[in-house]
Each structure stands twice: as C-alpha cells, then as structure tokens.
Design a protein around this ligand. Structure first.
Ligand SMILES: Cc1cc2nc3c(=O)[nH]c(=O)nc-3n(C[C@H](O)[C@H](O)[C@H](O)COP(=O)(O)O)c2cc1C
Length: 203
C-alpha cells in the first residue's frame, strides 16, 4: 500500500474478529517497528507480543479495564531497556525513551494498516500492574500497548484541524498568512492533500 493510503486509512480499531494473527505477521509488525529512528541509534526497544487469552485479559485489566483489548489477535507491548539510555543520556533518558517507543509504535500501526489489520494505540494503563503481568525486569519500561487484529471495521472520515491553522512559520505565532508566498504555497499543498485524501477515502 502507498504510504499516503496507509496514513489516511489508519484509524483506531477497538473491535476485532477471532481470526488469529500468524507469527510471521507479528514478525513483520516488529520489523516495521524497528526501522524507526532512535536516540543515538541505541535501538533500545523491547517488545512483548502477547497472544495468550489469559494474558490478554490481564493486560486489558491493567489498561484501566479496557476490556475490548482482550479481543485483539495480539497485544504488542512496546517497551524500552533503559540501562544504556540512562548511561548515555542521564536526565534526558526518559524523554528519549518515550520518543523511541512512540516512533516504533506508529510504524507498527502503519504496517498493520498495510497488512489489512486493524490496530489501536493504548497508553492508559497502570504501569506497575503491566510490569507485573509481563514479568518485566526493573530496567524495562512499557510505554505503548498496540492492540492489533483482523477487523471488519472500515475507516470513518474524522474531523481534523486545518494545516494552515496548525503551522507557524519561523517562530510560534507567525502565521502563514503573514508570508504571502508561503501562504500561497501552503494553500496549494493543503488543497492537493485534501484531494488525495478524498480520492483514497472514496476508492
Ligand atoms: C498517546 C496516546 C494514547 C492513547 N491511549 C489510548 C487508550 O488508552 N485507549 C484507546 O482506546 N485509545 C487510545 N489512543 C488512541 C486515540 O484515542 C486515537 O488515536 C484518537 O482518538 C484518534 O483516532 P484515530 O486513531 O482513529 O485517528 C491513544 C493514542 C495516543 C497517541
């Protein structure tokens, strides 16, 4: 699937069919995750792929009782091993770990879309409870649970902000309209983007 298609079609899915996800598909998701950038190229992500029903139930409970999660074919928990991050980055380690995990999780969501799977990013959880369920050592921190599975759900058109309202030029507060050339360029890009989105949604 083209990247633009994946970007538009990806949406949060919280209803899954019972069809199991083959291990090789889980492998493709993790492979996509580990092409993400990482601070200092340390590649300190760790993934726990959970397919066991009892474990999925426990994770759903640890995630503030989001019980729909237990229906997903797999729950892939994106974690970081914090030892080297802390050694190299000291007080910045946490900030980098969060961003490393987030980049990996987003790659996984896009790959899931590419493979025709539904997915949802879940971060609301009791971290300690999740660590216990997964038997994580103290130096491994869980950040995102990616729920993934087969689904019948179709993407719905969701309201999004306008690019021109979100972008600031050179400094915060300087809007594109203050730069006539830039304003015109952004207008054209936005129009082109909207057309592409409409085309993909109606395909
Ligand atoms: C940091 C973060 C935390 C999230 N946590 C949850 C969560 O705990 N449970 C959930 O159902 N969705 C969660 N989501 C998914 C968002 O609700 C969803 O991405 C948002 O509503 C936009 O919808 P979309 O994914 O369909 O574009 C989370 C997303 C992000 C980025």
């Amino acid at each position: 699937m083209e990247l633009d298609d994946c970007l538009v079609k990806r949406h949060s899915v919280r209803k899954f069919s019972e069809k199991e996800i083959p291990p090789e598909t889980l492998g493709l998701l993790i492979r996509a995750a580990i092409t993400a950038p990482t601070a200092g190229n340390l590649q300190e992500w760790r993934f726990v792929a959970v397919t066991d029903s009892a474990q999925k139930d426990k994770i759903a409970n640890a995630c503030e009782e989001q019980l729909w999660m237990a229906q997903a074919g797999a729950l892939i928990v994106v974690c970081t091993d914090d030892r080297d991050l802390e050694k190299f980055y000291g007080p910045s380690a946490k900030k980098y770990a969060v961003q490393d995990a987030a980049a990996a999780a987003e790659n996984m969501l896009l790959k899931a879309t590419d493979l025709g799977l539904g997915s949802c990013w879940v971060a609301a959880c009791d971290e300690e409870q999740l660590k216990t369920v997964l038997a994580l050592p103290g130096f491994v921190t869980p950040y995102v649970v990616v729920a993934v599975g087969y689904t019948e759900e179709k993407a719905v058109t969701k309201p999004t902000f306008k690019v021109e309202d979100l972008i600031h030029i050179n400094q915060f507060g300087k809007k594109a309209v203050e730069y006539p050339e830039m304003g015109e360029l952004i207008k054209r890009l936005v129009e082109k983007g909207k057309k592409a989105v409409r085309k993909i949604r109606h395909a």
